[in-house]
Ligand binder design. Structure first.
Ligand SMILES: [Zn+2]
Length: 318
C-alpha cells in the first residue's frame, strides 16, 4: 500500500482543541479533540503539542504520511513569524507565544500558524461553501466576533496581522463599551455575552442563580417578549450595518455567517439582509451571497489545512 499524503492540522479554540490528518480532498481523518484549558493554567501549548503528537503517532497505522502542519488559533497571529499577537482576549496565556516554532520543533514538520477565522475562510474557499470564489468574507459570531477577508485570491492580513478584525469595526459612534477599549464595536452588539447583557439591561431576567444566555434572548423574542424583540432587532441592524460596510469595502461574492449566534439568527436572516441592503450600495448587495455555515470541528480543522496549502504551497489548488 502506498501511503497517502496528509497534513497534520489543529484548531485551537477557546473551549476545545481539535486535531486531525487532512488529505488532499479536505477529508479529516484521525480526528481527536481535548478541552483547551483542561490541563490547568499555562498549559494550552502543551495540551496542543500532546494532541498533535497523538495524531502523528496514529498516522502510519492509518496509511498516512504527514507532510506538513497547519494550525488555526483563536487569536491574532503574525503569520510571517508564527507568533501570537499581544492582544488575546479569550486565551490570554497564548499572548506573544512563538507557536509556529514550538509546533515545528515538536512535530518535525514545516508549520504554518494563523488566526482561526483566517484559516476557516481559506478552508471554505478551497473546500467548502465559498469554493471557487475569488472573494469571500467570513464573520464568525460567537463569544467574540472574528472576521476573515479573502479578496483577489488571498487573505487580507494587513501590515501587522490585524486585517479582517471585523468584530471591532464601529457601528455606533457613542455606543456600548467594548472589551478592546473602543466603543460601539460590532462585537458589543452581536456577540453572545453582549446580546445577553443588552437583554439584561432591558429588564429581561434569566433562570434564577444565573444570567441570561443569547439563545434564551432569541427564544424570548420568538415568544413575543417586546424587550427581547428589540434586542434582536438591534442585533440584526448592527450586523446589517457591518455587512453594509463589508460589501462596500470589498464587494465580495459571498459573505458567510458562522458560529453559535449565527445559528440563532437563522430565523432572522431576512431582517439582516434588509438592513445590509439599507446600508450597502445596491450593486454590491445584489451580487453577494449571504449564507449561514454550520461549523463542525472538521470544518475548522480542514481550514488549517487550507491555510498550510496557501502559505507553504501557494498557487496549488484542487
Ligand atoms: Zn471592540
Amino acid at each position: 500500500v502506498i501511503p497517502e499524503a496528509a497534513l497534520l492540522c489543529a484548531d485551537v479554540g477557546g473551549t476545545t482543541i481539535g486535531a486531525g490528518a487532512v488529505t488532499a480532498s479536505g477529508a479529516v481523518q484521525l480526528a481527536d479533540e481535548v478541552p483547551t484549558l483542561g490541563g490547568g493554567p499555562g498549559s494550552v501549548v502543551e495540551t496542543l503539542l500532546a494532541l498533535l503528537q497523538r495524531v502523528q503517532a496514529r498516522a502510519p497505522g492509518a496509511g498516512l504520511t504527514l507532510t506538513g502542519c497547519g494550525i488555526g488559533v483563536a487569536a491574532p497571529v503574525d503569520v510571517a513569524t508564527g507568533r501570537v499577537g499581544s492582544e488575546v482576549y479569550n486565551l490570554p496565556e497564548l499572548a506573544g507565544s512563538p507557536l509556529r516554532d514550538l509546533v515545528a520543533a515538536r512535530t518535525g514538520l514545516a508549520t504554518v500558524v494563523d488566526n482561526d477565522v483566517n484559516a476557516l475562510t481559506l478552508g471554505e474557499v478551497r473546500f467548502g461553501v465559498a469554493r471557487g470564489c475569488r472573494s469571500a468574507v467570513v464573520l464568525a459570531l460567537g463569544t467574540g466576533v472574528g472576521g476573515g477577508v479573502y479578496v483577489n485570491g488571498g487573505l487580507v492580513r494587513g501590515a501587522s496581522g490585524h486585517g479582517g478584525e471585523l468584530g471591532h469595526v464601529t457601528v455606533d459612534l457613542d455606543g456600548r463599551a467594548c472589551v478592546c477599549g473602543s466603543r460601539g464595536c460590532l462585537k458589543a452588539y452581536v456577540a453572545g455575552p453582549d446580546i445577553a447583557a443588552q437583554a439584561a439591561e432591558a429588564g429581561l431576567t434569566g433562570p434564577a442563580a444565573r444570567g441570561l444566555t443569547a439563545p434564551e434572548v432569541f427564544a424570548a423574542a420568538e415568544a413575543g417578549d417586546a424587550a427581547a424583540g428589540a434586542v434582536v432587532e438591534r442585533v440584526c441592524r448592527a450586523l446589517g450595518a457591518a455587512l453594509g460596510g463589508i460589501l462596500n469595502a470589498w464587494n465580495p461574492e459571498a459573505v458567510l455567517l458562522t458560529g453559535g449566534v449565527a445559528l440563532s439568527l437563522e430565523g432572522h436572516l431576512e431582517a439582516v439582509r434588509r438592513w445590509a441592503r439599507a446600508y450597502a450600495f445596491e450593486g454590491a448587495y445584489r451580487v453577494a451571497r449571504l449564507e449561514l455555515v454550520r461549523l463542525t470541528k472538521a470544518t475548522t480543522i480542514r481550514g488549517a489545512a487550507a491555510l498550510y496549502l496557501s502559505e507553504a504551497a501557494p498557487g496549488v489548488r484542487e
